[in-house]
Ligand binder design. Structure first.
Ligand code: GLU
Length: 311
């Protein structure tokens, strides 16, 4: 078992698929201020679980951007690529309890499955009771989690009450891919627990993934965490601002100015006197005056509108 949890331990968990972009910076600022305002710790975890998607140099670019923006983090920076043994252990535990099963379906075979409210194809359960005879010769195996029939219900600090019917909207989902890579859903739960994280503050594009993650948490018998999903900032044409969208990397703009813009977007109303302040002074001001309740004026993001779980 892990050491007792502190009252608040937060984290920022960027994927090194490119330089820090504005959407990620918003998550960094909000998770940082929320943690520090509560007197808590703030950790940085590099989510390079999907190594084929990681870009060389992206981690360094993200870390130097965090420094430029005046962030100070607690403890060492953790990398998912170095934690495979922990994910193996978690998968073993799930396997021992028959909560996961081997799946031999190809992506192609699943193309006919309907897309659920979570934005992903709902697995039809083909291999749930054993790989059918006509597929048994295949070597590649993904591991899927058997999702319970019950509705997941939780309360998001910013988005309010949430409910998800995993069986209907998601189906049994992959926790280890056929190529051996662990799914983000499993890694994030194992990491948050191992790091003693109490509070997850991140973009609402991950709201739909929360139900999946809570299900893994429940099956592994892990301590609960609080969630706060930030409203998504969209580009002028309404499309999502994300690493893969056309959003320009924040590197290059004057950091203090970008921070003030971020705080304005988060409805924190930084005063004009901060115009000449340093990034550290701006973050200190934001921490001291942090009012997440002001987010309630921002649009709520229904789970059903979340398409794809890009991480
Ligand atoms: N790695 C994810 C991203 O960069 C964030 C995951 C999380 O905060 O749980 O979008």
């Amino acid at each position: 078992m892990n050491a007792p949890r502190p009252a608040y331990r937060g984290r920022f968990a960027p994927s090194p698929t490119g330089p820090l972009h504005f959407g990620s910076l918003i998550a960094a600022v909000a998770s940082y201020c929320d943690a520090r305002a509560a007197g808590g710790e703030w950790h940085v975890r590099i989510e390079d679980i999907d190594l084929p998607r990681a870009r060389p140099g992206a981690e360094r670019a993200i870390m130097s951007a965090l420094e430029r923006y005046g962030f100070a983090w607690d403890g060492p920076v953790v990398r998912q690529s170095e934690r495979t043994a922990m994910y193996e252990d978690a998968l073993d535990a799930l396997r021992d309890r028959d909560d996961v099963y081997a799946c031999a379906c190809t992506r192609r075979e699943l193309e006919a499955a309907p897309i659920g409210a979570g934005g992903e194809r709902v697995y039809p359960g083909t291999c749930r009771d054993g790989v059918p005879a006509n597929r048994s010769g295949r070597a590649a195996r993904a591991w899927r989690l058997r999702v319970g029939a019950s509705r997941m219900a939780w309360r998001d600090r910013l988005q309010g009450p949430q409910a998800q019917d995993l069986a209907r909207d998601v189906g049994d989902f992959v926790v280890q891919r056929a190529d051996g890579l662990f799914a983000y859903q499993l890694a994030v739960v194992v990491d948050d627990d191992a790091q003693g994280i109490t509070d997850v503050v991140r973009g609402a594009d991950l709201l739909a993934a929360t139900g999946w993650q809570l299900e893994i948490r429940r099956l592994l018998g892990l301590a609960p965490v609080r969630h706060a999903h930030l409203p998504l900032v969209v580009e002028a044409d309404g499309s999502k601002l994300s690493k893969s969208a056309s959003a320009a990397a924040v590197a290059g703009l004057p950091p203090a100015q970008v921070l003030l813009q971020t705080l304005n977007l988060l409805q924190q109303q930084p005063p004009a006197e901060l115009a000449q302040a340093s990034t550290r002074q701006i973050l200190d001001w934001a921490t001291l005056h942090w009012q997440p309740a002001r987010f309630t004026g921002l649009p709520k993001v229904p789970i059903a509108q979340q398409q794809g779980l890009e991480v």
